[in-house]
Design a protein around this ligand. Sequence first.
Ligand SMILES: Cc1cc2nc3c(=O)[nH]c(=O)nc-3n(C[C@H](O)[C@H](O)[C@H](O)COP(=O)(O)OP(=O)(O)OC[C@H]3O[C@@H](n4cnc5c(N)ncnc54)[C@H](O)[C@@H]3O)c2cc1C
Length: 447
Amino acid sequence: MSRVVVVGAGLSGLCAAHALRRRDIDVDLLEASPRVGGRIRDARAATGHVFPLGAEWLGPDEERLGALLTDFGLATSAQHVEGRALIEVGGERAAYAIDESGPLHFLPLPATDAGKAVRDAFAELDADCDRVPLDAPWTTPDAERLDRMPLHDWMLDRLHDAPARALFAAAAGVEVGTRLDRISLLYYLFLRRAINRRIVDDRRIIGGTERLVQRLAEPLVQHITCDARVDAIEQTATGVTVHAAGAGYAADRVIVTAPPAAARRIEWRPALPPDRAALLQAITLSAVVKVIVVYETPFWRERGLSGHSLSDVGPLQTTDDASPADGAGALVGFVRDRHAERWHARPTADRRVAIVEQLVRLFGARAAPAGHPRTRLGRRAAGGGRLLPQHATGRADPLGPGHAPPPRPGPLGRHRAGRPLDGLDGGRDPLWRAAAAEVVRSLEVTR
Ligand SMILES: Cc1cc2nc3c(=O)[nH]c(=O)nc-3n(C[C@H](O)[C@H](O)[C@H](O)COP(=O)(O)OP(=O)(O)OC[C@H]3O[C@@H](n4cnc5c(N)ncnc54)[C@H](O)[C@@H]3O)c2cc1C
C-alpha cells in the first residue's frame, strides 16, 4: 500500500488526508501543535456562548463545503444584515443602507460623489479581471507591469479626490486584509476573479466552525500525530523521509499544508529549487486580531443598525453582528495589518479601552461595558492570528508556471483570500485537492 505523509492538520491537511484515504492510500498526518484545526478554533465566552476565533463565515457559492456540511449533518445560520451600516472613513461618520448589488456586497458604499467614484473604480477592476486566466495568471496580457504595480498606485492614478481614495483604501483594504501598497494589481485582479468579484459570506456553522474540523478528524484519529513539528524533509531514492519530534516517517510522497512562513523553517534535503525557495520567502501573511464583545441584547438593532461598520480610524476596521440565537447580543470586529501590528504590542487594558471607545463612538453609550454589568469584552474570546497571504509586488515569478498550482493564498471569504475547501487557492480548485490528485496520479504512474 502506498503511504503519504501530510504535514499540518488544519482544514487543508485534514481534507487532503480524507481524499487520500478514500483512495486507500495510507496516511500519516503530522501536526506541530497539540490540537488539530490550525486557524480554525472556537472559544467559549464567559457567558457560555461559543464564538469562532478563526474561520467563521462561508458563502453560498462554496458548494463543496456545503456538501461536506450536509454529509456531517452540520447546519448553518444566516448572518444578520438587516439595517443600516455605519461608516467612519476619511473623517466622516454616517449610516448607510447596504447596497446588496454593490461591488462589495458586505460593505456600504454611500450615495455620495466618493461612493460613486469608488463604485466606478471597482467596476473597472472587475472588467480587467476577465483578462486574468485563473489557471495561468502569469499569462495575463501585460502581466509583468501589472505585477510590478502596487494596487495603491493604481488607486492614485484612478481616483483623485481624498474622500474617494480613503473610501477605496478602506473597502479594498478589508477585502485583501492588508495595505494596498503591499499587494500587486495582478494579484488583486487574480483574487477578485477567483472570488467571482463579490465576497458574499453570509452563513456560519451553528455551534462553531470547530465542529467541522472535529468531524473531519474523527475517522482519521489513528493517522494523526499531534505535537509532531516537521523539521526536515529528505528526498530519498525511493520516496521521502519526514522528520518530526525525533522520529522519521518514510513515505512515497509528502504533502505540506503548513503556511509558507512555517514551511520555510523546514529543512529541505536536497534544498528546494531556488525559485521555489524564493517563493516561500516572498509570501507573508498579514496580521489580524479578532475581537468579540458580548452584550445582553443586540441593542443596535433597535436603532435600525445592522451591526456592520467600516472604519479607517480603528482599532477595528470592521464590525459585524455575531449575536447568538438566544437573544444575547455580540459584535465581532477585526483589527488588521498595521493596526494589528501596533495594537498587538499594547497592554490588554489599553486595547480594551480603545476598542470600547470606538464601539461607543459607533453604536452609542450602550456599547460601553460600564453601563452593562453583564457585558463582557471577550478577552478569552479574543484571538490573534495570521490571515491573508501577501504576494509582494514585482514578483511575477510567484505567479509563474514553475509553481503551478499557484502558491496557496490562505484563508477564505469575507475576511480571507483563499478557499481551502472551495477554490481560489489553486485557482478554480483548492490546493489540497490539487496536491492530493497529483499525488494519486504520480503514485499510479510509478506503481
Ligand atoms: C482570525 C481569522 C479569521 C478567519 N476568518 C475566516 C472566515 O470567516 N472564513 C473563512 O473561510 N476563513 C477564515 N479564516 C481563514 C481560515 O481559517 C484558513 O484559511 C484555514 O483555516 C486555513 O487552513 P489550512 O489548513 O490551509 O492552514 P492552517 O489552519 O494554518 O493549518 C496549518 C497547520 O499546519 C501546522 N503546521 C505548521 N508548521 C508545521 C510543521 N512544521 N509541522 C507540522 N505541522 C505544522 C499548523 O500548526 C496548523 O495546524 C480566518 C483566519 C483567521 C486567522
